[in-house]
Design a protein. Structure first.
Length: 110
């Protein structure tokens, strides 16, 4: 992919903390992937496939009410799949571009 995975992880964690401070319970797909990877290695002795990672992510979306989309989400196959599934589930969408200013303000005041 054309993005830095370490930077994406950091960004996801930052937004997770932001929304948790607002009272949301957040499911971070990077943390899901880490848990799935550990389980697969411990039980099956192998890493999950991309399809297995995506399946785990989509299954966890069934308990969600909202989906937060970072800038550039249209460039990610996984994000596009999440959006498609979110529409089927009737979830509400939240976009980084609309929350960036609020994050800047709250990070300065907390």
């Amino acid at each position: 992919m054309g993005y830095d995975r370490t930077l994406q992880r950091r960004k996801a964690r930052m937004w997770q903390r932001f929304f948790e401070r607002l009272g949301f319970i957040v499911i971070n797909p990077f943390e899901l992937a880490d848990q799935l990877r550990k389980s697969f290695i411990d039980i099956a002795g192998r890493e999950p496939t991309e399809a297995e990672y995506l399946h785990e992510d989509l299954m966890n979306m069934q308990i969600c009410t909202h989906v937060f989309l970072c800038n550039g989400w249209t460039e990610s196959f996984g994000c596009m799949e999440e959006v498609d599934y979110s529409i089927k589930l009737g979830l509400k969408f939240m976009y980084e571009s609309k929350y960036q200013q609020l994050w800047n303000y709250t990070s300065l005041t907390t």
